[in-house]
Design a protein around this ligand. Structure first.
Ligand code: SAH
Length: 228
């Protein structure tokens, strides 16, 4: 049973959206999606607090991971500049909140997570909320998504911090596509927007758009059997 979406939460969301606008989020579709979606359904019930709707606050979920802060979700989504019906690969399903925002934009969403428990939980919640067309993959996707070997995505959104530009993933981005990815090490990550103008790295237009703080993009899977 989902915790009720009372007036209190709706008001918190309205002020969250106002704060996002003041911080430079202009895409009305993203703002509408985030005003609509009860963010508190995506975290453990012990965290039902005002802070969840603070645009600069990332909250812990299971497996030592976090749900990205609202500002980061809105900012990364805006940088992605995706049009309806485009295919987007989300790397790091986590709570599923970002996945739901992408669905609300009318995108064809593929999401991959290396923690089996998080993937299963997100899948269950998103299905319950009626997002039935999301495709889920269990893995670390350093070399792309094994089950989708020849598929080319229009957009790739990485929600964990890579040490360097993930070249394996760049190979599954179509020419003309965009990847948004935080890159760096413990001394600091930068948010990169990469436009793939051609197959070779010298044809990738890399734009550094600001500071980033993400849990690391790690190799290997945690958990058992693949999700079907
Ligand atoms: N988009 C999520 C953010 C979760 S935090 C949300 O809105 O809640 C980042 C997630 O990336 C974590 O769940 C972590 O397990 C996952 N992750 C880390 N390395 C990964 C990899 N190589 N492949 C897939 N997922 C990865």
């Amino acid at each position: 049973m989902l915790f009720p979406d009372t007036l209190k939460y709706q008001n918190w969301r309205r002020s969250m959206v106002k704060n996002l606008q003041e911080r430079g989020i202009t895409d009305k579709r993203i703002l509408a999606a985030m005003e609509k979606l009860p963010r508190h359904w995506f975290v453990p019930e012990t965290l039902l607090d005002r802070v969840l709707y603070d645009i600069d606050y990332a909250v812990g979920i299971d497996c030592g991971q976090t749900i990205s802060k609202p500002y980061t979700v809105a900012w990364q989504t805006q940088l992605l500049d995706a049009k309806r019906q485009q295919s987007v690969l989300e790397v790091g399903t986590g709570s599923g909140y970002q996945t739901a925002v992408l669905c609300e934009l009318g995108l064809r969403v593929f999401t991959v997570e290396r923690q089996r428990m998080l993937l299963d939980k997100a899948k269950e919640l998103l299905s319950q909320l009626g997002y039935l067309s999301v495709r889920y993959y269990f893995g670390d996707c350093f070399d792309g998504v094994r089950e989708l070997k020849d598929f080319m995505f229009d957009r790739i959104l990485v929600t964990c911090g890579a040490e360097e530009i993930p070249e394996g993933l760049m190979r599954c981005l179509r020419v003309g596509g965009i990847m948004v990815v935080p890159v760096g090490d413990i001394d600091g990550q930068r948010m990169l927007k990469i436009i793939k103008n051609g197959d070779t790295p010298d044809q990738w237009q890399v734009e550094d758009v600001g500071d980033a703080w993400f849990v690391p993009m790690l190799q290997g899977k945690v958990g058992s059997l693949p999700v079907r």
